[in-house]
Design a protein around this ligand. Structure first.
Ligand code: SF4
Length: 358
């Protein structure tokens, strides 16, 4: 296909209420750097028109590395007996939140494994405490929980929730997540949306047994459920897991998935994922920001502990402070004609519609 034909597929996907799976597949399978650039450049313009030029910062605090689950790729899975575990006290979490707010960032993401000792009432009290002390948005990412717990935390003041589907292919999901079910994952996502959370989802690129068609289906799933945030990153298998010998997810395919997701979903907040930065360094971060991404998440976990939150090895944030990340993002933003924004950065769909793509 020549460039005009590629452009016309991109425009068809952009304009469609429900893009055709063959068109999505075609874009995800582009191989030539020039064609991939055409795709990413279009996604960048969609990002500009629907989400603006701001790069939003969300500060993440990983407050417990305990997890009851055994996801086949994740270093936090409970069968990884070599990992030293930690659980932050309420005071330690509040200290991290204070450091975060001192930078001016207006969103805290409280993340953990699925910790059996998580007390729903204690988390609710913590959320209320944070909301009383600071004018910031609270995002939770603590996994699959009961609707009652989600409701309690929403009433306590939580604004957003992140729960990636990882893959919308339920057979593949079952294979990679022993003891978990796609049905419950979906139930959680629907509960979160019904309860009024700004809800984030996402997928992993490069899972063993995953086809490009699966990724196209993931994108259609994101569109149908109209998520507010979507995290897309490459598989980085941990050495102490059943997937230890699997290759990393492909950076080019991850960037294409990000770009097509932007073109299809238009307004969703898309982070330049930490796994992508770990796999591809600063170059991948820049490319993600120029392929539809508009969010970066500096890590405010206590420095001595963040290396223990080892979902995958060599996480990039271990080696730099969040303050350094912010300085770095600022200089990248200037370089690519963007601006770092410290505000809450709520779901774009709650704002006035943006201009139609020129
Ligand atoms: S991916 Fe999440 S739920 Fe699965 S083992 Fe890791 S921390 Fe636990």
């Amino acid at each position: 296909m020549n460039r005009n034909q590629i452009q016309s597929v991109i425009e068809r996907v952009y304009a469609a209420d429900e893009p055709g799976i063959d068109d999505l597949l075609f874009l995800l399978e582009l191989k030539k750097p020039r064609d991939i650039q055409t795709l990413c450049g279009f996604a960048d313009r969609v990002r500009k028109n629907f989400a603006g030029d701001e790069i939003l910062l969300r500060g993440i605090i990983e407050f417990s590395s305990y997890c009851r689950n055994t996801c086949n790729y994740c270093g936090l899975n409970k069968n990884n007996k070599q990992l030293e575990r930690y659980r932050l006290s309420r005071e330690q979490i509040l200290d991290c939140v204070k450091t975060l707010t001192n930078t001016g960032i207006k969103t805290v993401v409280l993340q953990s494994g699925e910790d059996d000792q998580l007390d729903a009432n204690e988390l609710a009290e913590l959320i209320t405490d944070i909301k009383n002390r600071y004018d910031i948005a609270v995002t939770l990412s603590v996994g699959e929980c009961s609707r009652a717990a989600y409701e309690l935390w929403k009433q306590a003041g939580a604004d957003r929730y992140l729960l990636k589907i990882e893959t919308s292919n339920w057979l593949l999901y079952r294979k990679l997540h022993p003891g978990m079910s796609h049905e419950n994952r979906l139930r959680c996502l629907l509960d979160l949306k019904e309860l009024g959370y700004q809800t984030g989802c996402g997928c992993i690129v490069g899972l063993p047994g995953q086809s490009t068609k699966d990724l196209a289906e993931d994108i259609l799933f994101f569109k149908r459920l109209s998520f507010d945030m979507l995290g897309i990153g490459p598989l980085l298998p941990h050495q102490n897991t059943p997937l230890a010998n699997q290759p990393h997810g492909d950076i080019e395919l991850t960037l294409k998935t990000l770009a097509v997701t932007r073109i299809v979903t238009k307004r969703a907040h898309l982070p330049a994922n930490t796994a992508l930065q770990t796999a591809g360094g600063e170059a991948a971060l820049r490319r993600a920001l120029c392929s539809g991404a508009n969010v970066v998440m500096p890590n405010f976990t206590e420095p001595s502990l963040k290396k223990l939150y080892e979902i995958y090895p060599n996480k990039i944030c271990i080696f730099e402070s969040p303050q350094q990340v912010i300085v770095n993002i600022n200089s990248i933003a200037i370089n690519i004609g963007r601006v770092v924004q410290l505000s809450r950065g709520d779901a774009v769909k709650t704002k006035e519609p943006a201009a139609i793509l020129a």
